[in-house]
Design a protein around this ligand. Structure first.
Ligand SMILES: Cc1cc2nc3c(=O)[nH]c(=O)nc-3n(C[C@H](O)[C@H](O)[C@H](O)COP(=O)(O)OP(=O)(O)OC[C@H]3O[C@@H](n4cnc5c(N)ncnc54)[C@H](O)[C@@H]3O)c2cc1C
Length: 382
């Protein structure tokens, strides 16, 4: 790819993953970037995300490390974007109120410390100092993962696209890709020559599929299998509140009783709270007002200062979840100018994916740490 000739890369999808790749590509001199987005910004998974930057519960260790690398890059990425993207890196505070939960948390912290993750057990007294507004109830164990943070995905997308456009990229909204046409490539392979949209045919040298949950369908246009599992999740919002957390970015609070799951909470820069239940991968399809009210009640149990907030239900969001839970990233061997970028935890991973995809697309590098995530693990194109 690195012949000095300008290459035209077309990115399908302007979620946080496509926007990060567009931004990183657009910083290279020999690349023309076009982004095709079928709807408005933030309607995909990125707009439904809790957007916690972390590697707290990620397995296996190489996937944990991949997320850690991206967390490290977030600082540089946010600095380079030089926009308000709601980047806050105050850590995650978590506590447990049962012996069973406390044991599991201690084991997790031990494992994370073995992996070198910035995480430690803290006392109830330290908790109080960190977050004086919290009424945690019984604390059997508590942890602080200092390097965890959060961002506001819509602001990140807007900043990436704005920066990309400043460098000459073209972004076409309300432009769905409906088909692909192919020609012959090197070594009798197939190449994507152009993408069809309702308005036009868009020619390309390289295509990046970053269509979130629609990537499976997009890849199928080239006969490429990208199997996924359905992963619905709900993160409700509230009306704006005064700042409720003094220092940390995210809290994970335990169950109030056996019938109700634990909750996680963070606050956006406009004062609204985001509240979800269970883990980052918990399945939930309940986007009713009753459920939103009930989640807010659970949060209020620990944070009495939010008594005036009202819950706003948000429609179910679908995580782009590959069938094995791990990212799908890289060129497709049988269609060598087709690059797939499909993943859960895409908010945490966006800066790393942007940088590494750019190296692979522009410099012709094959980044070894991405080998476990290659699309061909699901079989070749048919
Ligand atoms: C409830 C929930 C909670 C989450 N919590 C976290 C978290 O705490 N931390 C974290 O790191 N991750 C989290 N995630 C996952 C994370 O949000 C996603 O991995 C990430 O947003 C994926 O970004 P994306 O750009 O790949 O996809 P998307 O944001 O879905 O963007 C894909 C875009 O492609 C467009 N598109 C699709 N088809 C076409 C087409 N044919 N033509 C043109 N455009 C097309 C869509 O309109 C969309 O805008 C969560 C996700 C959900 C749903």
């Amino acid at each position: 790819m690195n012949s000095g000739r300008k290459i035209h890369v077309v990115i399908v999808g302007a979620g946080i993953v496509g926007a990060s790749i567009a931004y990183c590509l657009s910083r290279r001199e020999n690349v023309n970037v076009t982004v095709l987005e079928k709807s408005e910004l933030g309607l995909g998974a990125s707009g439904h995300s809790f957007a916690w930057l972390n590697s707290f519960g990620k397995n296996p260790v190489r996937y944990h490390n991949l997320n850690c690398r991206s967390m490290d890059i977030w600082h540089r990425f946010a600095h380079a974007l030089d926009r308000d993207i709601g980047f806050h890196c105050g850590g995650q505070l978590r506590w447990e109120n049962t012996d069973e939960g406390a044991g599991a948390l201690r084991r997790r912290v031990d494992l994370l410390q073995e992996r070198g993750y910035a995480c430690r057990l803290i006392t109830a007294e330290e908790m109080r100092e960190l977050e004086p507004g919290l009424l945690p109830g019984t604390v059997k164990s508590a942890s602080l993962s200092q390097a965890d943070g959060c961002v506001e995905p819509l602001k990140v997308i807007e900043a990436c696209l704005e920066r990309a456009c400043e460098s000459g990229a073209a972004v076409h909204m309300r432009t769905p890709v409906t088909g692909m046409s192919f020609g012959d490539g090197a070594n009798s392979s197939r190449q994507v020559k152009a993408l069809s949209t309702p308005h036009d045919e868009v020619g390309c040298n390289v295509v990046v599929l970053a269509g979130g949950i629609h990537t499976t369908q997009l890849a199928a246009m080239a006969g490429v299998p990208v199997p996924q599992q359905e992963s619905p999740g709900v993160v409700v919002r509230t009306t704006p509140c005064q700042p409720v957390l003094s220092s940390v970015s995210v809290i994970h609070a335990p169950r109030i009783d056996v019938d109700r799951q634990d909750v996680h909470l963070r606050q956006a820069s406009d004062g609204t709270l985001l509240i979800g239940q269970g883990s980052q991968e918990s399945l939930n399809r309940d986007d009713s007002q009753e459920h939103a009210d009930e989640l807010l009640d659970r949060a209020r149990h620990y944070l009495p200062s939010i008594s005036d907030a009202a819950a706003i239900p948000v429609p179910v969001g679908y995580r782009p979840m590959p069938v094995d839970g791990l990212p799908v990233l890289g060129f497709v061997p049988s269609v060598p100018n087709l690059y797939i970028a499909f993943m859960h935890s895409g908010v945490t991973l966006a800066p790393l994916v942007g940088e590494l995809a750019t190296q692979e697309i522009v410099d012709g590098a094959r980044v070894k740490i991405l080998n476990p995530y290659r699309p061909e693990r699901f079989g070749q194109a048919v």
